[in-house]
Design a protein around this ligand. Structure first.
Ligand SMILES: *Cc1c(COP(=O)(O)O)cnc(C)c1O
Length: 364
């Protein structure tokens, strides 16, 4: 069967291997498997969220509240914005899809960093857009601007902090850049790890309210999958001026968020203390990765997220190391598909990290 020809150049997204698959393929006990591959919060979510979800477990027959008003109100007060400046997606991934489908088209240019979140390219290719990438590994705003002038992209992606490298753009240089961009170019600021960056360094913190007050062409993305510990619930959001949100609504399917997910995300926002404790622990544990890398003379990228990226020396092969670790029940991310001889490891609990050091030590 012939399919839409725009699909020909698309490679399906390679997700972090699920624990169940490692159990089946390697016959390892589920209890012995550690997954540090998808940047989930190793402590999960607030206990209050679990209680709230249990309390509505009998509400599964009816369609969810498609106005999503409880979650929209909670997010509106968190960010001091209006509910009509918000759209909720099944993960911020879905908001990326909405934005590309609403704005890009066949032949349009979409500009992004050399190494960045893989879904931008996948969605852009679905509409036949042309992918333009910078050369430098970290976001270089001068390079972005030169490519903007050359290609007049319909969408520019800025991922800060960036996945899979962990570095973050200085807020000031990003704002200076956006000021120079014409108002018909949609600038998407993906803040999937913004909670971590804000904790570590205020100079990297982007405030969505200020962003949309200042710019009419910006969409900020946030998610509950990372710091809020709700990866399994699939909830993310976009914040922009209401006319952008209205356009995104036209490509949104109805009832895209389940009742349980809406409740979980709303209640998660009521327990910021839990999230902040997890973030504090994350950066404490990250110091151990820095020490480990130093002891092995391995380059580690300064990370503003809940993961670390270890660049391996030429004598080591990232795919082989990821494979060796997998056999022992340790799931991490090989970055060879991004053109890097590097591995990305989510910072886990202290015990999970001990296991990573113990298993990786003999391989490096
Ligand atoms: C994880 C991630 C997302 C989206 O996650 P969802 O689970 O779909 O909300 C978006 N951008 C980046 C950079 C990410 O790492």
């Amino acid at each position: 069967m012939k399919f839409n020809s725009t699909l020909e150049s698309i490679k399906s997204y390679e997700a972090g291997k699920p624990i169940e698959l490692v159990v089946r393929e390697y016959g390892i006990d589920k209890a012995d498997i550690v997954k540090l591959a998808s940047n989930e919060n190793p402590f999960g979510c607030s206990p209050k969220v679990k209680e709230a979800v249990r309390s509505i477990i009998d509400n599964m027959a009816l369609y969810p509240d498609d106005s999503m008003i409880k979650l929209k109100n909670a997010l509106s007060s968190k960010y001091a914005i209006q509910p009509n400046e918000l759209i909720i997606g099944a993960g911020s991934d879905q908001v990326i899809e909405f934005a590309i489908h609403a704005k890009a088209h066949q032949g349009a240019a979409v500009l992004m960093n050399s190494v960045t979140f893989a879904m931008y390219e996948i969605y852009a290719k679905q509409v036949g857009a042309k992918i333009i990438r910078t050369a430098s590994r970290e976001h270089d705003m001068d390079e972005f601007y030169a490519l903007y002038l050359e290609h007049k992209p319909s969408i520019i992606f800025l991922c800060t902090p960036n996945n899979p490298t962990g570095d973050a753009i200085d807020a000031e240089s990003m704002l200076t850049f956006i000021k120079k961009i014409d108002s018909d170019t949609l600038v998407i600021v993906d803040g999937a790890y913004m909670e971590y960056a804000r904790f570590k360094d205020p100079k990297k913190a982007i405030d969505p309210r200020e962003l949309i007050a200042q710019f009419e062409n910006v969409l900020f993305l946030g998610t509950f999958s990372k710091a809020y510990g709700l990866g399994g619930m699939r909830v993310g959001y976009g914040i922009a001026r209401s006319n952008i949100i209205e356009a995104l609504y036209k490509v949104r399917p109805p009832f895209n968020i389940t009742t349980l997910s809406l409740e979980a995300a709303s209640v998660a926002l009521e327990d910021e203390a839990f999230v902040q404790e997890c973030i504090a622990d994350n950066f404490k544990e990250m110091e151990r990765y820095q020490a480990f890398a130093a002891s092995k003379k391995i380059a580690i990228i300064d990370s503003y997220t809940n993961f670390v990226t270890l660049s391996l020396p030429e004598t080591k092969n990232s795919s082989k190391i990821a494979q060796e670790l997998l056999k022992k029940g340790m799931i991490i991310r090989d970055l060879s598909s991004y053109g890097l001889n590097a591995i990305r490891v989510t910072v886990g609990t202290s015990i999970q990290n001990d296991r990573f050091f113990e298993l990786t030590e003999p391989l490096l």
